[in-house]
Each structure stands twice: as C-alpha cells, then as structure tokens.
Write a protein that binds this ligand. Sequence first.
Ligand code: ATP
Ligand code: MG
Length: 295
Amino acid sequence: MLEVVRRAADGARVGVVGRTGSGKSTLASWLSRSLSETASTAILDADPGQGRIGPPGTIGLGFESGRGTSLRALWFVGATSPARHLLDMAAGLVRLARRADRSGVRFMVVDPPGFLDFPAGHAFHLRLIEVLELDHLVALDATALEPVLASLRRRRRPAVHELRPSPAVVERSRAARREWRVARFRAALAGARSRTVPPEIPVHGHLPDRDQEWSGRLVGLLDRDGFLLRLGVAEGPTAHGLKVCVPALDLDEVSAVAVGTGRVDPLSPCRTIDSRKRRSSDSSAPGPSGTPYRS
Ligand SMILES: Nc1ncnc2c1ncn2[C@@H]1O[C@H](COP(=O)(O)OP(=O)(O)OP(=O)(O)O)[C@@H](O)[C@H]1O
Ligand SMILES: [Mg+2]
C-alpha cells in the first residue's frame, strides 16, 4: 500500500479510518513518517477528542521530518466530539488541507476520529472523504466500516485498502481516554489567567442562550487567518467585554473569539485560583464540581 501511495506522481491524500481504538493513529503516524522519507508529507489530525497534534477540542496540521512531527496550524472545533460541530470540522479540514497544499507538501495522511455511530458517524466519514478529496482510504476493520465502504464501491476515488486491526492493539478504557484529555487540556491551559476581551473583537460560534451558561465554555482565540492562537475557557460577559481564562497572548493578534459547546470549567486554572480565594474567605463556597469535560 505504501508503494501504491508513493507512486502517485502529483501527490496523494490518504485517510486511515476505523472504529475507536483500532490503531488508526499508530498506522497514520507510521504511514506519514514512511512517506516523508521520500517526499514532503503532512499529517492532518482530524480527531478533536484523542488527537495527538493539538489539545482536545481542536484539529491540527503537522509536518513530518526526520526529527518528528512539527505543528503547522490548529483549528478550533469547540468540543471533543464532532457530532454537534460538523460545519466547524468541515471548515477546519478544508482550511488545514489548503494550508498543507500551499506549503507544497506532496502527501497528506488524515487521521479522523473513530466516530462511526449509525447514521451520523457514517455520514460524517463520507463527507470527510468528500471534502478532503481523498485518493486512498485505509479501512481498519472493514466490518465496522461496511456502510461507508458500500457507498464508495462504485466511486473512482478513493482507492480502498482493507486491513485487519493488529491483534496487538490495546483498547484504552474510557477512564484512560478521559485522563489523556484532561492532561492535554491542562497542558494547553498552563499559565492561563483571566483576561477581558474588548468588545471590538467579535465573539462568534455556539453562543450560549443565557449569561449563566458562559462559564466553563471552551473558547478559541483565533488569529487573523482564522486559525487557533490559544485555547481558553469562558468566564462570562462583563461590561468591558468577554472575560476568558487564557494563557499569555497579544490581544492585537486576535481576530475573533470562537465559542464551543464543550465545557472545561473544573479544569480552568483561573477558576481554581478563584475558588481557593473564595474558600479561604468563605468556607461554605463550593469547589470545582462536575465532570472534567462534558460533550
Ligand atoms: N500495530 C500495533 N502494534 C502494537 N500496538 C499497537 C498497534 N497499533 C496500535 N497499537 C496500540 O493500540 C492502542 C490504540 O492505538 P491507536 O491510538 O493508534 O488507535 P486509534 O484508533 O487511533 O484510537 P482512538 O480512536 O482512541 O484515536 C495504542 O496504545 C497503540 O500503541
Ligand atoms: Mg487516534
């Protein structure tokens, strides 16, 4: 299969699809590293839940080199599942793929989430294949993917390569997956503090209906091209703009704040400080509660 992909003279886009924990990321990473030995190769990490390039709630583009994967761009999705963010995902896939093309990469390997629930997950996969105009599809575990593969059989592209998942694959528990997400969020929010985004910077996306629902929402501070500059946590609207908990950045570089549906309230470093302060002055104040991430 590697040779088939390599023979593509004018570049090729390869997607690795399969159910959750079937070994997609491991195979995608091997493929992109192998392809990068002969030509410039990008990896499009399209999994906003267990992605390897960016923090949860985002999808990302990395370039492969002998020294590993270097981050090129991140796109804010706004939750760890694509289910309520299909347009956010589609827009991000198109923008990240175009960025890879503009940089002149020859191969792009796509690592999507294992979102295969019927029917939404199947529709999602078909649209992802369409939007990215994949040339090759590596299907890990064809049984789980059958409805998707059936819709592709009479198509010219992508060429489908069916593989059985490796028997060595170790399925991670829900708890382990959650732990991974929490650690990635913590790393992305390290050093964050409360900042007020002035009203001249627009706020868009999945805006909450009521003011109380702002607190804990995942937000993305976007650069002037629409890519993610910093991930943050909304605290709430104030008379001077939207208060967010975010790592250091120059607000002049921010073009907009995108609001997601994911909630990361208990993980917000600003909230931990606030609640500690509150607890020392009011012993009955509640500490952080709820699940670390609901979506
Ligand atoms: N060929 C293999 N040999 C040995 N271990 C493997 C192999 N492929 C995957 N694994 C292991 O199985 C686990 C799951 O693999 P991986 O993360 O690649 O799956 P995934 O389909 O991307 O999962 P997710 O849906 O969570 O993104 C990992 O711990 C990985 O190291
Ligand atoms: Mg994966």
